[in-house]
Write a protein that binds this ligand. Structure first.
Ligand code: ATP
Ligand code: ZN
Length: 304
């Protein structure tokens, strides 16, 4: 398909996710929690949406931005690192972005870091002047070096970046880091973060002009509900009416509570949706401030 051709009108939405890797299972689980289910095909590349006309395409994560740009799929779940790199790469060529980040999804967290041999005493970015830096993210690294006004040589590698310094291919690396264990195992230490990454929902810049518009809006509404509720709990308790203001001060992450009169006296029952972690310590603090009958309930769905 030529880049200028409009995607054919479709009445089903096609979402690309990673076939196998770090993002595959959490991506599926997130979509399933939005009420989607699929019939698996034998080749496991295409899964037909059963509950809604939303199909899955199972691919390599690096192919997802291109598939959206070419109109082969409509949305995709991919690391921000991959999306940002490919946006820059395409910007070097044709100029116009065809896709963008629609939502951050809260899993697959990692950083794109510059790491140097443990033996270096780190004195700041200027130390990279004249050095060779191996990376699988050459566009992001190049853009950062330009911004910092550092003349360094970018050594593009498609994998095993962390062993490049030991092999003498580079002096430093720019790679994805989560725990830092891989770096440490290769006698490297992280010194700078270029990008904070996580899995994102990527979609086209231009709005859909057919039935997909409504399907995408429905999926986004459900996703927002699920993401919002991820750490949310419904808190139920009783208290004397006069203690309620002090108790609510202990719940800065709560929505305005529903307050019900329990008897003719001063006792009230409260229910409040809380968005932060509801730890034992917080419950004990609430009890000390006058709350009783505390109950924490999971919230399964919400439609604002
Ligand atoms: P594919 O075969 O699909 O190309 P891959 O080897 O590129 O797979 P994974 O290693 O599964 O991909 O990583 C997918 C994404 O997971 C990364 O692009 C990144 O966004 C995220 N991620 C989270 N933590 C890490 C990490 N420690 N190292 C690499 N990627 C990570
Ligand atoms: Zn990949």
């Amino acid at each position: 398909m030529s880049p200028s051709a409009l995607p054919a009108a479709r009445d089903r939405l096609r979402v690309a996710i990673q076939k196998s890797g770090r993002l595959s299972e959490p991506a599926r689980a997130l979509l399933a929690s939005c009420g989607l289910s699929w019939r698996e095909s034998r080749d496991r590349l295409f899964c037909y949406g059963e509950t809604l006309p939303v199909d899955l395409l199972l691919v390599r994560d690096d192919d997802i931005p291109g598939l959206i740009a070419d109109g082969v799929c409509d949305l995709g779940i991919v690391g921000r690192n991959v999306l940002a790199e490919q946006i820059l790469q395409r910007a070097n060529g044709s100029g116009q972005d065809k896709y963008r980040e629609w939502r951050a999804l809260g899993f697959g967290g990692c950083r794109l870091d510059i790491a140097v041999p443990e033996g270096w005493s780190w004195g700041g970015p200027a130390q990279l002047q004249g050095k060779r830096i191996a990376t699988s993210y050459p566009s992001l690294l190049q853009a950062w070096l330009r911004e910092q006004n550092i003349g360094a040589q970018v050594v593009p590698l498609s994998g095993s970046v962390e062993i490049a310094p030991r092999l003498g291919q580079a002096d430093a690396i720019c790679d994805l880091v989560s725990s830092g264990a891989t770096l440490a195992a290769n006698q490297l230490k992280p010194v700078l973060t270029l990008l904070q990454s996580e899995a994102v929902l990527a979609g086209p810049v231009a709005p859909f002009a057919d039935a997909r518009a409504e399907l995408a809006a429905l999926l986004l509404r459900r996703l927002d509900g699920v993401l919002r509720l991820k750490h949310s709990k419904l808190l139920l308790f009783q208290a004397q009416r006069q203690t309620v203001p002090a108790l609510m001060k202990l719940l800065p992450d709560a929505e305005p509570p529903t307050v019900l009169q329990v008897d003719g006296a001063d006792t009230v029952a409260l229910q409040a949706l809380c968005h932060g972690a509801m730890t034992w310590q917080r419950l004990e603090d609430l009890k000390s401030a006058g709350a009783s009958g505390l109950m924490v309930l999971p919230v399964e769905r919400m439609l604002a």
